[in-house]
Design a protein around this ligand. Structure first.
Ligand SMILES: [Zn+2]
Length: 81
């Protein structure tokens, strides 16, 4: 079975999962198996028209790097490896 193709939120480049299974177990570690992309969660709170909603999307590494360089996203955790 082929893993699902998922477009980048910004540039719509197709991103693949490195192994299948995400569609069967959406809450497991499969979130981390994107090939050259990151899984993002958008959490809307009080004051937003989407208060209480939670969304997910895919952001490719190229677009994420541009957002980091332009300081439009802020790193919260930087691993030590
Ligand atoms: Zn992109």
């Amino acid at each position: 079975m082929q893993p699902p193709l998922t477009p980048c939120l910004v540039c719509e480049k197709a991103v693949i999962y490195l192994w299948p299974g995400r569609e069967n177990k959406p809450d497991d570690h499969q979130l981390a198996n994107l090939n050259g992309a990151a899984h993002i969660v958008i959490d809307a709170g009080y004051g937003s028209n989407f208060d209480g909603y939670e969304f997910e999307a895919i952001l490719c590494d190229d677009c994420l790097d541009k957002l980091i360089q332009s300081k439009r996203v802020t790193p919260l955790v930087i691993p030590s490896w």
